[in-house]
Design a protein around this ligand. Structure first.
Ligand SMILES: Cc1cc2nc3c(=O)[nH]c(=O)nc-3n(C[C@H](O)[C@H](O)[C@H](O)COP(=O)(O)OP(=O)(O)OC[C@H]3O[C@@H](n4cnc5c(N)ncnc54)[C@H](O)[C@@H]3O)c2cc1C
Length: 395
């Protein structure tokens, strides 16, 4: 019999495994199983090699496309058939498997085309992207313009039926694989502020004057090709402009940000959940001073904090996902999600590294890799400081 005061409370035991997001349903459950099996069979066995070569194999994109994993949230006629919930499932499963793959960026490009492209552009590019025959990249950042996109120098000058592009971009995800780049350019360099900015689709890898630099050496995310791109008099058809007129680029980007930021949030929460799960297992197995680490109160308290924060993150994220699907998510809430969920991810993973001791710093332990992979989440997609500026400006 238990001592008074040590009786186990009789409330339902809730774990992240039993928690069901309100946007999940049976159909998505079947989709999740397919995605999980695909990742286990087609991605995981090759992952170490991808990290060494700094990019996934080209076949990985086509296999993912054939399995229906790419652009699953687009309408059926463009190769999708689901909603953002399908995309969230894919992002979660990749995070749960510890796989970094540029499919979020690929989807962001597709959503730009879907939102601003004309019917001809949509039919030309989206089905091929859904099949993984074309890989998308989004190129905004330049060596001297990241947070402050107004400092952008890449230009696209109209010459008859073409634009002629000059400039360079850096830190571009999927840069090596990309055959369709959504490129932020200045079509009117004389216009003040963001008014002269446009989005131009650059199709093909072999265009004269176009060059991809080497894959950049990163702290983490080794399996993703992150490159510099160079444009020296590159000619693209004028019909590749996104939207009916020049000068809309900045506003188009602003409009799509909630989608991009929630996608980053999905990866953040799934990754924090994975960190808590693998660390819980680890501290039950690892012994110190004659007992498992979990028997130390500090271990239980730290994991209790991590689990609580992760659960709060999950509930907030699920609300954002539902609002996004309903077309109601505003820019400020999306900025809150991006900032808070990625900060939470990094806090939780850092604590989990600590609970692993020296093993936590080794890349052969998943938590070590997760720590290196997660850090950039607070930087790309708009830094978390810029998110706070945005939230602050709404006060
Ligand atoms: C792995 C990786 C992948 C990426 N993928 C892509 C991609 O696919 N496409 C793409 O276009 N870009 C990509 N980026 C670039 C990324 O979006 C930028 O790095 C990011 O926007 C920050 O810009 P920056 O690096 O120029 O930093 P800076 O703008 O120089 O910022 C430096 C610091 O100053 C702070 N700061 C700047 N302005 C303010 C302000 N107003 N108030 C307070 N603080 C401020 C920032 O928050 C940051 O802490 C990627 C970056 C990385 C590392």
């Amino acid at each position: 019999m238990r001592e008074p005061g040590t009786r186990k409370p009789s409330f339902t035991k809730m774990t992240t495994l039993t928690f069901q997001s309100p946007w999940m349903n049976d159909e998505l459950g079947i989709f999740r199983k397919t995605v999980r099996q695909f990742i286990q069979e087609k991605f995981t066995p090759h992952y170490d090699r991808w990290c060494q070569q700094h990019r996934p194999d080209p076949e990985a994109w086509k296999e993912a496309g054939a399995t229906g994993i790419l652009l699953s949230g687009l309408p059926e006629q463009y190769g999708g058939g689901g909603t953002f919930a399908n995309e969230a499932v894919v992002i979660e499963e990749l995070a749960q498997a510890g796989i970094q793959f540029g499919s979020i960026v690929h989807s962001i490009v597709a959503h730009y085309i879907h939102a601003y492209g004309n019917e001809e552009q949509k039919r030309k590019w989206l089905p091929r992207m859904a099949l993984g025959e074309m890989v998308g990249a989004i190129a905004m950042t330049e060596p001297s313009a990241g947070s402050d996109l107004q400092g952008m120098k890449t230009t696209a000058r109209r010459e008859g039926d073409h634009y002629v592009i000059n400039g360079s971009k850096t830190f571009i995800t999927n840069g090596w694989h990309a055959s369709l780049i959504c490129l932020a350019v200045k079509t009117d360099p004389m216009a003040s502020g963001v008014k002269g900015m446009s989005l131009l689709m650059v199709e093909g890898k072999d265009l004269p004057g176009y060059r991809v630099g080497r894959s950049l050496e990163k702290v983490g995310m080794h399996s993703v090709d992150t490159c510099e791109l160079f444009f020296d008099g590159v000619r693209v058809p004028a019909s590749n402009l996104l939207g009916p007129a020049e000068g809309r680029g900045f506003y188009q980007m602003m409009d799509q940000l909630p989608y991009e930021r929630v996608s980053i949030g999905v990866a953040a929460v799934a990754s924090a959940e994975r960190a808590v799960a693998i660390t819980t297992k680890y501290v039950k197995e690892r012994m110190a001073f004659g007992k498992p680490l979990i028997d130390f109160q500090n271990t239980r308290f730290k994991l209790a904090e991590c689990k609580t924060e992760t659960h709060i993150a999950r509930v907030f994220l699920d609300d954002c996902i539902q609002q996004l699907i309903a077309g109601k998510l505003n820019l400020v809430t999306a900025a809150m999600a991006k900032y808070w969920l990625t900060d939470c991810q990094c806090r939780v993973i850092d604590e989990c590294v600590q609970l692993h001791g020296g093993n936590g710093y080794m890349t052969e332990f998943p938590i070590g890799r997760m720590w290196a992979d997660s850090r950039v989440q607070r930087i790309y997609g708009g830094t978390n400081e810029i998110m706070k500026e945005l939230i602050g400006s709404s006060l």
